[in-house]
Design a protein. Structure first.
Length: 629
């Protein structure tokens, strides 16, 4: 009795530590680092949803609306306020997942899985954004469907349909979430339900979708933005039909299928290495009939174990990684392992002796969530780490079954017995610990290295940018000095109120920090922003504004950070990068309007039109093109 009481007390302590970690990790993380690029893009969309709707995309309309609403009431919190909104969003996801899967997977297993999902999710942007809002809504859609099925309450299907409409208006590519209706079909098939079950749930799902879609369209109409939304749909149709673009339908489908299949191959190799490891250690410790047999067993077991180690390492890096900033093979490897484990869980609970249909259904949902997280994205499995909220608890549940359920070891022993090998419980646990540590090593490496802001080295993040909008946040000294120099120059000139701004490069956050209007679309160097549209927007800018813009030019790609060791390389790379002709358009604009370079630091140039330039300035051409003549 006392032993049971001690176990219960230990579980309470573990539960408390896990819940505290689930909250504290993203909360502390919300103060660390300032991403100048994607964060600036989201900030511009939130701030200018109603000011300059013609310059922002309506692909993520409702996400922008939520961000705008938050800034309307909590603007004094600045950027950190939106980071905190993201923390609250993650806590809502954690709560919904916990309530949904805990009764089937176990409390501690669920909390460990949620902690894995939270830490992985926080390798992405700190700010509230449409990718993570999309994941939140996908979780609601599928959890409502799960409740509608398991609790046999049709109102949850209506709520699921409502969330589906919201997710489409929050990230238009998530129209693919319609495939979540397969959850109803899956249950209909494995439980041999009547057709009325299927049509009733699908019908109420559709009614919720229609109702909420009507509400969204009314909101767009009432705010005068319906035209922009409709135009955005046609723009997306044009991108999807372009076969040679990153967002062409053929390219998206190839990226989606190849990325996920490559990930599964990586996971299969890793888990196959576990079987080889069992065989190797089993041979290594096998008792021989004599000394010679013992020597052979040790040598052969060592060779087989060495092969397993090689397989572990090979699985880490079998898939090539894109040359993106702070990118590793981690996302592809991790989701690959999770896919394979979840498939095993699905098959067991569909066909095994002690199967549970609810866990099989959760396994289907667990696989769908990461797939839908990246559907419609041209970055492959990069963002798949945002969608581990259900698949990670499923995998921790299965690992606990492997550790605690002797039936699993018995099945493995039945196979190995044919080779004259029997695994003791101690060896079984040692092998499970080894494979878990190997996985965790890669996972922790990804957490450390894939941090979407200025520095991988956390000790360098110790400085502040002198702007009240980022008053609670820390960044590196080099980034802070570079940004402070630009802000100080613009403040000194007193041009914020009268002059617009154009940022050439990825540091889009300058629009938010200065409060200046954008002369053209904010992300000039974005590949989706065509040269024709840029040229047209420049002509429109001449008519819209009385003054020419202040221009900030990024001398490096800010996504690669502000390190000293590779500074010269980053400057050279950016100097000779053409941005598919956009740099020529910029140079033509500067020369036509007789701009002069008035401020330069290691990372940025600030150029003014002639009516506010203090002097002739330096030659900007050499900094931008490398040609000083």
């Amino acid at each position: 009795m006392k032993k049971i009481s001690n176990i219960q007390q230990m579980k309470k302590i573990i539960k408390f530590i896990l819940i505290l970690s689930i909250f504290l990790y993203p909360f502390i993380h919300s103060f660390i680092g300032i991403d100048l690029g994607d964060t600036g893009y989201h900030l511009y969309a939130f701030e200018n949803l109603y000011k300059t709707p013609e310059l922002i995309g309506f692909t993520s309309y409702f996400t922008n609306f939520v961000g705008w609403l938050w800034l309307t009431f909590f603007s004094d919190l600045g950027l950190w306020g939106l980071n905190f909104l993201e923390v609250m969003l993650e806590m809502c996801m954690a709560f919904v997942v916990y309530k949904t899967v805990k009764p089937f997977l176990g409390e501690i297993q669920t909390l460990i899985g949620i902690l894995i999902a939270v830490t992985a999710s926080d390798t992405y942007l700190n700010i509230f954004n449409y990718h993570q809002f999309n994941v939140f809504l996908l979780i609601l859609i599928m959890c409502f469907q799960f409740w509608a099925i398991t609790k046999e309450k049709i109102r949850y299907s209506i709520l699921s349909g409502i969330c589906f409409a919201i997710v489409v208006f929050s990230r238009m590519g998530s129209v693919t979430a319609i495939v979540t209706c397969f959850i109803y079909v899956f249950w209909y098939l494995i439980q041999d339900k009547k057709a009325s079950f299927l049509w009733k749930n699908l019908g109420t799902f559709l009614s919720g979708t229609v109702f909420m879609s009507g509400g969204m369209l009314l909101l767009l109409k009432a705010t005068g933005q319906l035209e922009y939304f409709v135009n955005n749909i046609f723009r997306l149709s044009g991108l999807a039909s372009t076969s040679d673009g990153g967002y062409g339908m053929d390219s998206l489908l190839e990226t989606f299928f190849k990325g996920n299949l490559d990930a599964i191959a990586s996971g299969a190799i890793f888990l196959a290495a576990f079987i080889v490891l069992l065989l190797g250690i089993g041979v290594f410790v096998k008792k021989g009939e004599n000394l010679k047999h013992k020597v052979i067993n040790v040598l052969l077991g060592g060779v087989i174990t060495g092969i397993a180690v090689y397989q572990f390492i090979y699985a880490y890096n079998v898939n090539p990684v894109q040359a993106w900033p702070q990118m590793t093979t981690g996302p592809s490897f991790i989701i690959g392992v999770f896919y394979v484990i979840t498939f095993l869980c699905l098959f067991y609970h569909m066909y095994g002796e002690r199967r549970r249909a609810e866990i099989a259904l959760l396994s289907v949902i667990a696989i769908l969530l990461p797939l839908l997280t990246i559907a419609g994205s041209n970055t492959g499995t990069k963002h798949v780490i945002l969608g581990l909220w259900i698949i990670a608890p499923v995998c921790t549940y299965l690992l606990s079954e492997f550790l605690l359920n002797n039936n699993v070891r018995s099945v493995i022993n039945q196979i190995l017995y044919k080779f004259g090998i029997v695994l003791s419980r101690k060896i079984w646990i040692v092998c499970l610990c080894i494979v878990t540590l190997c996985f965790c090593g890669k996972f922790v490496n990804m957490l450390y290295y894939t941090m979407n802001f200025d520095s991988v080295d956390r000790s360098m993040i110790n400085s502040k940018i002198d702007n009240p909008k980022v008053k609670y946040l820390l960044t590196t000294e080099r980034e802070a000095d570079a940004v402070n120099g630009v802000l100080s120059e613009i403040d000194k000139k007193g041009v914020k109120e009268e002059y617009p701004l154009m940022v050439f490069g990825g540091s889009i956050i300058y629009y938010y920090l200065t409060g200046m209007e954008s002369f053209v679309q904010p992300w000039v160097t974005n590949g989706v922003y065509s040269n024709e549209t840029l040229t047209k927007d420049i002509e429109n800018g001449y008519e819209k504004f009385e003054e020419l813009p202040v221009i900030i030019y990024g001398r490096t790609n800010n996504y690669f950070g502000f390190y000293e060791f590779d500074y010269e390389k980053q400057v050279d790379d950016e100097t000779y990068r053409t941005y598919a002709g956009k740099k020529d358009i910029l140079m033509g604009f500067l020369e036509k309007n007789r701009y002069t370079l008035q401020y330069v630091n290691d990372y940025y140039l600030v150029m003014y039109p002639p009516n506010i330039a203090d002097n002739e300035g330096e030659n900007y051409k050499g900094y931008i093109t490398g040609n000083w003549e």
